[in-house]
Design a protein around this ligand. Sequence first.
Ligand SMILES: [Zn+2]
Length: 282
Amino acid sequence: MPRKIRFGPAGYPLEARGNVKKVFKILSDAGMDAFEYAAVYGLRTKEEKAKLIGNLSKEAGIAMSMHAAYYINLASNTSRIRKASKQRLVKALKFAPLMNVKRIVFHAGTHGNRSRDEAHVIIRDALREVWEKAGASGEGAYLAPEIAGKLSTYGSKEQIIKLCQEVDGCIPTIDWAHIYARNQGKVNDKESYLKIITQFEDGLGDLFVKNMHFHVSGITFTEKGEKAHRPLGQEWGPDILPLMEIVRECGYKPHYICESTNPLEGALYTKFLYEELEKVSK
Ligand SMILES: [Zn+2]
């Protein structure tokens, strides 16, 4: 299947009340063709249900990603937590083919009481171990570490690029709201968006370009970075229109996953902007 620009929410639409069939019905009725399954409190899905999700997403032509547990911390000071974090990613990779999932998004961890470089080595080695153990069983699913919203957390763009260079099976998840928060609201126009995309492309080449996975939402921040996610298209930045313009001009084909407070509404807004840009260019 050739890659195309896709849009979708993170997490089940509330109206579905947890009913998986309704989830995919709502998504396809809304014209969504991507979805990020939220396993943010741990992947508790049973095999049977995982298969159902996989089949429903295939029928609906929806590209699937999964957001793994928030409490993954590959560089924790506690070895038990480091071990459990690796196991969570191994499990996610094993479930990926059942659920038709192609990217496992996660926050790699904190720096703990380590230097940034030490944290990097520990996280890198942990991910290498995860990939060796379960990369093949993911049947083409990638590990997709995300840019962190808080400056104290592991996950600057430099760290994520390095991680993806050094570990097989890793692609970046660029959360534009997190980038905006990390930079105190400065990444908000075409030029700065392009600069960052170029940095990823220079560092990772086709691996990045062919697997572009973006998170979008509004956000509030302090000098320490991310504070809280907010709706898109209102008074909170970042402005994603210039991002979508530059992506379009360069011919990139990312998947846009909306993580705002009402993710489906935000994904519809993102898709609307895209369609407006298409109209203007005709
Ligand atoms: Zn995100």
